[in-house]
Design a protein around this ligand. Structure first.
Ligand SMILES: [Zn+2]
Ligand SMILES: [Zn+2]
Length: 135
């Protein structure tokens, strides 16, 4: 599986948390707000893994808001989820490009975008070549 390393699109600080590991890898640390409660959320950095540790009691099927723990900016993408129409959450990849995930708990929509598709796709294939070959 692909391992993603993300940063805040607003302040550019890394959101990777080496101390909190999920799937045996550093997790992606953000803050979430649901029904007026805020807390930390750790997401697996494996693209396609849905393992999370969440402090806020957000039930399956509900939408929460995601924030950067450094600048407190909302991690909001411009588009809506194609599957369930919830707002997508946007991160920047440390390697370049963007990744978006659906803000609805339990929705499996993930999306990777590259700013410079040609160059970044090449890098992506070089880095993750075995992933694509395996499929
Ligand atoms: Zn930030
Ligand atoms: Zn969705």
């Amino acid at each position: 599986m692909i391992e993603v390393h993300v940063k805040c699109p607003t302040c550019g600080k890394s959101l990777m948390d080496g101390k909190h590991r999920i799937d045996n890898l550093p997790s992606i640390a953000v803050e979430v707000a649901y029904a007026g409660k805020k807390g930390s959320l750790h997401l697996s950095s494996l693209y396609g893994s849905y393992h999370i540790d969440i402090e806020v009691p957000c039930p399956e099927g509900k939408v929460s808001n995601f924030f950067c723990p450094h600048c407190k900016g909302e991690l909001k993408a411009s588009r809506m989820c194609e599957v369930c129409e919830a707002p997508m959450v946007g991160f920047s990849l440390l390697e370049g490009g963007k990744i978006q995930i659906c803000s609805r708990r339990g929705c499996k929509k993930h999306l990777v975008e590259f700013e410079d598709p040609e160059q970044e796709l090449r890098m992506f294939y070089e880095t993750y070549g075995t992933f694509f070959k395996a499929h």
